[in-house]
Design a protein around this ligand. Sequence first.
Ligand SMILES: [Zn+2]
Length: 321
Amino acid sequence: MLDRYCYPTKQPHFPLSFKKRASRDEFEANRGELRALNCLICDHDHFNEIGQVDRYGFYYPTGICQVCGNVQHIKYYNEQSLILFYSNVFRDIYGRQTPAEIFEGQVERGHQLVWFCTDYLKEDAAVLEIGTGCGGILKAFQEKGCRVTGVDFDPRFIEYGQKQGLDVRKGDISAVDSAEKFDLIIISHVLEYIVEPVPFLQKAMDHLAVGGQIYIEVPSLDHVAEGGYNYDLLNYYQNAHVIHFSVATLTTLLHKVGLKILKNDNFICCLVSKSEEEVKDIEANFSDMRKKQIRLIDSIEKKRTSLLGRVCRKIKNKFMS
Ligand SMILES: [Zn+2]
């Protein structure tokens, strides 16, 4: 492992203000012991460590599964540390925008999602978003005539969404009545935070109407290999993310729970539906997937240190300064 991925770093990869650095250090000093995670795709427990630090300088042990090649946190926070992180630290480190600013950006993104889903979107569709934030994405669907519902945990966001005339409820999917079904369920930038993605997706599927779809959006390693985050995993790693999907690993996870991809890109945005096919032996693909994943990580590192990677960073730094 190169020095730049080892913990502790002399400098965080992203410059932090004094307040943010103090918040991070206080969390690191007070969090409990990390607990080992098995692979979230194949459930085995052997990893090759490829990183120890995220972009803010948090301890972030990251590994590639020795069986299926999935890339994820290999030791994660316990329940109390997560409460500490999300109540005291998350907003200090990540929260730069007001609910109004977040909402505005979400509405714009929502219009893109409407376009992405348009071939499958029924008139008057019932739409649920899990982790809706302020509900801006739902607003775009509401403007198209859909009946929309959202769930989230942050009271600031919930209040803001409700003031915009949206049905935003506090909690996770259990805040929705078990009998309620939806034509479209949106899970955008949520799945990468989930420590148990299989039961999470299964619960969502229980609320899917016959013929309905789930829209899933996650950051992806394929996108980094195509120049996202300037080909740099230290721009990409953040301690709140548990798993780093590629198209291959997300497809395998979806197949495992009985979902098939209708359309997708490498970003990853994808629209999925329940598969009629029986789930076959997914383990047969693990060896090939692991080889692909190793090639993917190697290609990102090669591109980061290439002339192209260096030029991209210079242009971005100039543009941002
Ligand atoms: Zn695995």
